[in-house]
Design a binder for this molecule. Structure first.
Ligand SMILES: *Cc1c(COP(=O)(O)O)cnc(C)c1O
Ligand code: SF4
Length: 358
């Protein structure tokens, strides 16, 4: 019998500094350098749950899980086209943490805390201290936006990770928006099933079930993240009747092969999880070591399209820099490559530029 509060222990016992990792790993030079120089840079917080750490093979310095949570001095290398707000979310903020980019849906960042800080995160610029979580006053502003914008029919709860908050807080937020709009589709965007599956309890699922329509969107990036625990968490969610979608980030050296993505997506479908998006890397500051070139990404996707079934194949998409929004990537959506840049048109027909190399 697993104690229902086991997840809180996991959070308390997170590893956060070089000393915490020494008993488990021999740090690589670039990892050591991150810790010794992190004070000198605008560096992104480090935290990993003992559970997620345990998925990494300590003998393998290139382990795909390790590289998602262990920081590297490569993060200090910032390209001129990278940004701390690569999607220009600030421009679309209509209330604190409420991002309105598309006509009928809004995204609410309920906290800037996460269980694990993924090194490739595009919101890394928002997620360092001071930590903050939505309060009553901010929630009121969100409600007043929703009540004066009748065209919104979907709300994404995002962060940070909304499920780092306790049940009471999460349910309170959902109840507040639900009381305004009975049929509002709530999309809970969380990496918790991957990094802290103990958090998905039967009690939580029972309570969420009273608050449908609700969809879950998670982020599995590698097969190694599919474990007995994450499988159990996913089954609690699907048994409770929630559709579960997955967004994978295409990550160099982690999942950028046809074989890995084929197996990852196929295994997710077996667990009743629909691969929804495969994302081309965003231009977040200090993440160039994770980016696969658009050319390679397209070639990979072309092969996956032939080998995977319709329900197993996600959309390949990029969230354009400068707030261009999401666009599906196909050979025909990319207009031209003039030396260093690809030109991509967004849903409004405007042109945006994405670097040809990383
Ligand atoms: C990604 C995103 C959405 C949802 O887009 P879908 O294509 O419906 O998944 C909504 N709002 C914002 C701000 C987003 O970044
Ligand atoms: S859980 Fe999501 S928001 Fe949090 S660090 Fe990872 S990718 Fe970023």
């Amino acid at each position: 019998m697993i104690h229902p509060d086991n997840w809180k222990q996991q959070l308390k016992q997170r590893l956060r500094c070089a000393e915490d990792f020494h008993p488990y790993f021999t740090l690589r030079d670039d990892e050591k350098k991150f810790f010794s120089e992190s004070e000198l840079h605008d560096s992104f917080a480090v935290a990993v749950t003992p559970y997620y750490l345990s998925l990494a093979d300590p003998q393998d310095p290139r382990d795909p899980v390790r590289n998602q949570f262990m920081p590297s001095a490569k993060e200090f290398e910032i390209k001129e086209y990278e940004s701390y707000d690569p999607l220009s979310e600030k421009q679309c903020e209509v209330a604190p943490g409420l991002i309105h980019r598309y006509r009928n849906r809004v995204l609410l960042r309920v906290t800037n805390l996460c269980a694990v800080y993924c090194r490739h995160c595009y919101r890394r610029g928002f997620q360092s201290p001071p930590y903050d979580t939505i309060n009553g006053e901010r929630l009121d502003k969100v409600l007043s936006f929703l009540s004066s914008n009748s065209g919104i029919d979907e709300l994404l709860l995002s962060g940070g990770d909304p499920l780092i908050l306790d049940d009471e807080k999460v349910l309170h937020i959902i109840d507040a928006v639900r009381s305004l709009k009975k049929k509002l589709i709530i999309r809970l965007c969380t990496r918790i099933p991957v990094v802290l599956p103990q958090r998905i309890t039967r009690v939580l699922c029972r309570e969420l079930k009273k608050r449908t329509p609700l969809w879950i969107v998670t982020q599995f990036n590698h097969r190694q993240e599919i474990t007995d625990q994450s499988t159990r968490a996913l089954s609690f969610l699907t048994d409770a009747g929630f559709p579960v979608l997955n967004q994978t980030v295409l990550l160099k050296g982690i999942n950028d092969s046809e074989e890995e993505l084929y197996k990852l997506f196929s295994n997710l479908v077996i667990l009743h999880v629909k691969p929804y998006y495969l994302f081309q890397g965003d231009l977040a500051a200090g993440t160039s070591h994770f980016r696969v070139s658009l050319e390679q990404g397209l070639a990979l996707y072309r092969r996956l399209k032939v080998s995977l079934s319709g329900i197993t194949l996600p959309f390949y998409a990029v969230d354009l820099p400068d707030g261009g929004g999401k666009v599906l990537l196909t050979e025909s959506s990319i207009i031209k490559k003039d030396g260093k840049w690809y030109c991509i048109k967004n849903y409004e027909g405007k042109s945006y530029y994405y670097p040809a190399e990383k």
